[in-house]
Design a protein around this ligand. Structure first.
Ligand code: FAD
Length: 501
């Protein structure tokens, strides 16, 4: 072969492979889906499309796909994924749509697979397992289980989706006893990039089972059923107290001690504490949220684990509630209809002064945001989520999850920033200020040798490298597993959004 022929052959090879890799026109992918599922493809300006565009964060809701497809069973999901991957069409997947940043379960000009119709909930005859479709919200699960006096380790807020919460981790009211939600999945039914349907459990495809517990769904396949471990549970106890923000100096040391000693000694207890800015209440407020899986006697009393907070005077407001999961899960939450971002990191919970010193950093960063907002609404939150040693120990069940946390790393405190605002012109500033604040917290923790660095996917900012923070070995292992189950890298290339490996 002469040089010119060789050059031609090589360039022709390049053209052929470029054609093979070329992305499909999203309109063509929608047409192919509509041919296969005439009733289940929604185009703009239709009632179905508007209904499917319902996202918690406005930043997600304003990203418009070329079409939504709403498969009605696992076989249909398999067919959808085959159509999309064979055509090299860009897509994303939506369960409850409760992620904060644009593009995490929405896609501009591609196809959004909305799992809303995969909403079966089945309780096994022995009451040990509840099979849940990813189209459910947590309220659907608790409304099914409450009358049976059963519960699962799941979301704390009614309207959040089952799919994203379980695949990213899942902090639950019951985590002290049982670990995070992902630790309590008995098995997953998964549609792979090839369209094949497999199960993943400790005894079947154990590597995929491990990867799906925190590794993020978008790297491995579409989960069409979660089999969750269930347990007997009646009413729960909760208490919310609102204090003036200045009292954080009294509350935070007690909260740190609750994380180190109180919660491990009473694993049926659960708690988080946050600071936010509420001008109608006079500025900063600090809110303690306490939960107990066993109702104390009498029910209006406070479980002894939370007693140190009772003696803190000056609460502006307080609510104690004894109720089933459905009622409890309707209390917390942030309404739809704002722009949202989250960022998080993890520090050692052994030092109250570190936690206290985060507060002025938060307030200083807010000053800049408030000035830029110029009167438009912006609401920043600083939230401390304990990861006490008992929770990390419970995470080791079933071979452990992907987070790479060991009991000897604990006790830990997950520090989350959450901001809601209304003016789109503030997007870049809020993102950058959150990034910077997390960097400042991490650098302060490093200087004091109190840094852990775990980033919880479901509270992470869009540019945080979540899986890297699980440790180099776990990140490498996740990549190997993703390659094994998707050897052509179709999901890596075509499934847009959230934390890709
Ligand atoms: C008000 C509120 C309260 C919250 N409370 C809690 C809480 O108590 N505990 C906690 O841990 N977190 C909580 N979160 C965070 C929550 O876990 C995440 O936002 C989670 O991703 C939401 O899941 P979703 O299905 O609604 O989101 P979606 O945006 O639909 O999905 C999130 C990601 O998961 C992927 N995905 C979804 N379903 C599947 C599937 N079946 N297969 C493969 N990939 C899939 C999507 O493609 C997307 O990338 C809360 C969030 C909000 C807004």
């Amino acid at each position: 072969m002469r040089v010119s022929q060789l050059t031609y052959a090589l360039s022709l090879g390049g053209l052929i492979s470029a054609a093979k890799d070329a992305l499909d026109h999203p309109g063509d992918a929608c047409a192919a889906l509509a041919a296969a599922f005439p009733l289940d493809v929604a185009y703009p300006n239709t009632a179905l499309y508007i209904q499917a565009s319902n996202y918690w964060s406005d930043r997600q809701g304003e990203v418009h796909p070329r079409c939504f497809v709403t498969p009605r069973n696992t076989e249909a999901v398999s067919k959808v994924i085959k159509i999309l991957t064979s055509r090299n069409a860009l897509f994303t997947v939506k369960s409850g749509g409760h992620t904060a940043f644009a593009g995490s379960s929405s896609i501009a000009n591609g196809v959004t697979i909305d799992l809303v119709y995969l909403n079966a909930i089945t309780v096994s005859a022995d009451r040990q397992t509840v099979s849940v479709g990813p189209g459910n919200r947590w309220i659907n699960v608790s409304e099914t289980l409450d009358p049976l006096k059963l519960a699962v380790v799941g979301g704390r807020v009614a309207d959040v989706g089952v799919g994203g919460l379980l695949l990213g981790g899942g902090i639950s009211y019951f985590s002290g006893l049982r670990g995070w939600a992902c630790d309590n999945v008995r098995s997953f039914e998964v549609v792979l990039a090839s369209g094949h349907i497999v199960n993943a459990s400790p005894i079947a495809n154990a590597d995929l089972y491990w990867a799906l517990r925190g590794g993020g769904g978008s790297n491995f396949g579409i989960v069409t059923r979660f089999d969750l471990a269930s347990f007997e549970q009646g009413d729960m106890w909760s208490n919310y107290r609102i204090f003036p923000g200045a009292l954080n100096t009294t509350l935070i040391p007690r909260f740190q001690s609750l994380t180190v000693d109180g919660l491990p000694n009473d694993p049926a207890a659960h708690s988080y504490l946050f600071l936010t800015y509420e001008p109608p209440r006079g500025g900063y407020i600090a809110v303690t949220s306490f939960y107990h899986a066993t109702v104390p006697s009498p029910p209006e009393s406070t479980p002894s684990v939370f007693a140190p907070f009772q003696s803190v005077p000056g609460a502006i407001d307080s609510l104690t509630l004894v109720a089933n999961m459905s009622t409890q899960s309707r209390i917390p939450g942030i309404p739809y209809g704002s722009r949202q971002t989250w960022w998080d990191t993890t520090v050692s919970a052994t030092s109250a002064s570190l936690l206290l010193d985060i507060v002025p950093l938060f307030e200083a960063s807010n000053k800049i945001l408030f000035a830029a907002a110029n009167g438009s609404s912006i609401v920043p939150f600083l939230i401390f989520h304990p990861i006490p040693v008992n929770v990390i120990t419970a995470m080791q069940q079933n071979g452990g999850n992907t987070f790479g946390l060991k009991p000897s790393d604990g006790p830990l405190m997950l520090v989350q920033l959450a901001t809601s605002w209304e003016d789109a012109r503030l997007d870049a500033l809020v993102e950058e200020s959150s990034r910077q604040l997390i960097a400042n917290i991490e650098s302060m923790a490093k200087k004091r040798r109190l840094y852990n660095g775990f980033v919880y996917m479901n509270y992470a900012g869009s540019t945080q490298q979540v899986q890297r923070r699980y440790g180099k070995n776990n990140e490498r292992k996740l990549k190997r597993i993703a390659r094994k189950w998707d050897p052509q890298g179709k999901l890596a290339r075509l499934w847009r959004g959230y934390f890709k490996l």
